[in-house]
Write a protein that binds this ligand. Sequence first.
Ligand code: G1P
Length: 292
Amino acid sequence: MIGPNITHAVIPVAGFGTRMLPLSKSVPKELLPLGNRPAIHYVVEEAIAAGIKHIVLVGHAQKSAIENYFDINAELDSQLRAKGKEVLADSLNWLPEDVTVSMIRQGKALGLGHAVLAARPIIGEHDFAVLLPDVVLDPFTGDMSADNLAFMMDAFGADNHSQILVDNVADEDVHKYGIAKLSDASNIDEQSDINTSFKVAGFVEKPNLADAPSKLAVVGRYVFSNKIFDYLANTKASVGGEIQLTDAIDALISEYGVNVTTMRGNSYDAGDMRSYVQAFIYFAEQQLAEDK
Ligand code: G1P
């Protein structure tokens, strides 16, 4: 096993984005704009700010435009510089030199758990983070978005327990998420604006409100021990006929223990039309105010 420092992150980008049609018919949903940048730009920035150096996108043939977004377009670069647009050209080359972004294909669309497992040949023996790109954390309020992931990476380094970021959701949204089952609910301080980490008994994927064990939803940021790959390799399809990451986490809990980390700041669901529109307006307003 390679040290406690997390340097690798998996970002699954294979989803078809059916909730975002027709916008997502020919443009990957991850490239739809939030303000003046594509949604995935913020997610990659968040990972880098938390200390990630190697990002693995898991996608398929229709998603290659995402990989291109993180590449240098040499022709565009030289055209811009020939026209004296140095500042614009520099702004496109924002990815730090010590950060790599690679893409691997999922092959079959068998679910989120299967997508994470597809990254194993690149992640190798490393422990790693997973960031779901539908969820974008508010990057404008303090530095909170990346702080969540950085906290989880430190907590993992301290006790080797995998960490799952959770946040309270409204009753009507419970059925959209993985929901945490707590052994001791007294740990939760809903007013707190600091991250706290505590043991979790398990997760239920997309329960009805009546069956939900809590209202603490999986936000889409994870720090995993490399052992999760062994559990994913043995996970069978369940809810929605898909190989669920949540089922592999439950198996990991029973042998090694897993913690939830409570989230600071706000998150936006950029994979759902209604929340996407709200997020777009929020991001655009923040950027227009910054430009003033
Ligand atoms: C996935 C996870 C779920 C999590 C959600 C966060 O579901 O399976 O546990 O709460 O992401 O967005 P999906 O939205 O991909 O169906």
